[in-house]
Design a protein around this ligand. Sequence first.
Ligand code: FEO
Length: 168
Amino acid sequence: MISDKIRDILNEQINKEFYSAYLYLSMSAYFAQIGLYGFSRWTKIQSKEEIDHGMILFEYVIGRNSQIQLNQIEMPKFEMKNPLSVFEQIYQHERSITSAIDCVAQMSEGDCDLATRNFIDWYLEEQIEEEAMVSKIISKLKAFGEEKSALYLIDNELGQREYKPQAY
Ligand code: FEO
């Protein structure tokens, strides 16, 4: 059994992961509307991964014999300016998720809940990967994104992404 405090922060994190899925899905729609189908595929796959992140937390809370509280998911908000700006917003969003995960790690440690503390390591690693992946795309967009032909190539590259179910 986990404490009420840990139960609440894990439920909040589930909400953040599902919000992330919504955010990426709305970005996917934006990219499809402007003809960037590779960007659209990439963000749609990321959306699926975010659902997996939420579901891993969901199973963990249930597995610890605690309660799930599914709160309302906010409407996703981002500025539809251009691909670089959208990826910069993704980066900021992922940084905020990293901070949230850091808080879960800190709180579980403070609560002497070492099982949750160990569990959350997977998310800490995942955040490092996600920030690095997004930051590489930003660098490419900064270097070449102004050129339409280069943007076309980046779009093709992002369109190669395959969905891999996220498993803990
Ligand atoms: Fe679930 Fe993008 O972190």
